[in-house]
Ligand binder design. Structure first.
Ligand code: HAM
Length: 413
């Protein structure tokens, strides 16, 4: 006999309470983001591989190791590992530069990265994200950060901390990169082998290393934040002032590096003590060069993304979006099933939530089900009439079958 087939590694099914929690989170996010003028966008699940190679960056782990790429005929397509490059592609493709700027978009979509699965890290995961494209005003950065803070606060995320930094312009970064490479080469013997191996490709990632000896070296490494051009320093100062003015706590982290190459100027990350090793609950930053990288004119942008699974892991209590059940319809004998069925259908048509026993349970079993489902009312069809029980007060009255709707709507409306 062949074995049972399971969900692929790093994926999961969304069931029961988790499904309700996701719905609640989505509606919180929609409320917060749409009140701030963000509009929903949905892009395809796959894109031309080149979009991510150019947009996210050839040297990133995401592009080097984690993409699900399919070669079909002469086409190479990739399941989206992130949402910023696709949203920028859509901005260009639909000529959104003609709209009032910045164009503010949000998404809740699934993404795919072939990472080693662990707690809080999946191969298919969902992100809530925002992108504000077409303005380099530091107020857009600050507003964007505040929106993620507001969302985390609204769902009751525990132990949240915000770290921010600035990566300056590509020019400043190039000059800094050379200084850092020289410093790392001078200390090459003390670095972890994988850090030493990446000195040429991605020296900034050395700040991310867990290895103790590497961390000691990095404590004395030159910092980009001390070498920003004046304009970039002022931009960063304004972001910080606006956050301060809005009462948003943050820490400046001059070693904050993000895993994607497109960032310029502001970068930020929210972490939560409630998460384990994968403590990043959401992060983002400014990407003023990305649109040029994928073939468009110079167009600044800023945004973030936050993992749905991680947000829910940090929430003190799972948010619930289950609609209340107005009526559970029970029946004592199989002959009464048709009238009971009709009542449940009528009540639903009237816009209320109604459920009928469908599992072939005894009347006792049905009433237990009604209790578990937290029904507000239970209508019980018996040979000798219909009883309506108010589950809140425990009162029960005999009613005419045709008046059940009247009784429950009078009270619930
Ligand atoms: P990111 O830091 O790669 O940024 O991902 C953002 C968030 O997605 C992470 O903080 C985490 O919550 C979640 N996440 C990432 N990978 C996984 C995974 N394998 N399993 C579960 N959750 C995960 C971006 O994706 C950028 N596009 C964010 C952005 C938007 N920057 C500017 N605009």
């Amino acid at each position: 006999m062949s074995g049972r087939i399971q969900a692929p590694r790093g994926t999961y099914d969304v069931l029961g309470e988790q499904a309700a929690a996701r719905e609640a989170l989505e509606s919180q996010a929609r409320g917060i983001l749409e009140r701030a003028g963000y509009e929903r966008i949905e892009t395809p699940v796959f894109e031309a591989t080149e979009l991510f190679a150019r947009g996210v960056g050839e040297s990133t782990d995401v592009v080097q190791k984690e993409m699900y790429t399919l070669e079909t005929g002469d086409e190479s397509i990739t399941l989206r590992p992130e949402g910023t490059a696709p949203v920028c592609r859509a901005y260009l493709e639909h000529g959104m530069h003609k709209l009032p700027q910045p164009v503010k978009l949000w998404y809740l979509s699934s993404f795919f990265r072939r990472e080693r699965p662990q707690k809080g890290r999946f191969r298919q995961f969902w992100q809530i994200g925002t992108e504000a494209i077409g303005s380099d005003d530091p107020a857009v950065d600050a507003e964007s950060i505040l929106l993620l803070a507001e969302l985390l606060e609204a769902v009751g995320s525990r132990g949240v901390r915000l770290r921010i930094g600035s990566l300056g312009t590509p020019d400043a970064r190039r000059a800094y990169r050379e200084q850092l490479q020289a410093y790392l080469r001078a200390h090459e013997g003390e670095l972890a082998p994988e850090v030493a191996a990446r000195i040429d490709l991605n020296p900034l990632r050395a700040f991310d290393a867990d290895d103790a000896a590497t961390r000691r070296v990095m404590a004395g490494a030159p910092r980009l934040l001390e070498r920003l051009a004046d304009e970039d320093r002022e931009h960063f100062e304004t972001v910080k002032e606006l956050l301060d003015g809005a009462g948003q706590a943050f820490e400046v982290d001059d070693t904050l590096v993000r895993g994607l190459d497109y960032y310029t100027r502001t970068v930020f990350e929210f972490t939560s003590d409630a998460l384990g090793a994968q403590s990043g609950v959401g992060g983002g930053g400014r990407y003023d060069g990305l649109i040029e990288e994928i073939g468009g004119p110079h167009t600044p942008g800023v945004g973030w993304a936050s993992g749905v699974e991680r947000i829910l892991m940090t929430a003190a209590e799972l948010p619930s979006a289950r609609p209340p059940l107005d009526l559970f319809v029970a029946y004592a004998t199989p002959e009464l099933r048709a009238v009971a069925f009709r009542l449940a259908a009528d009540v639903r048509r009237a816009g209320l939530a109604a459920r009928l026993e469908l599992g072939g349970r005894s009347l006792k079993g049905q009433l237990k089900q009604a209790g578990n489902a937290r029904a507000r009312y239970v209508a019980i069809f018996r040979e000798d009439g219909v009883a309506l029980r108010d589950m809140e007060t425990g009162e029960q009255q005999e009613v005419e079958a045709g008046t059940v709707m009247h009784h429950i709507t009078q009270v619930t409306l």
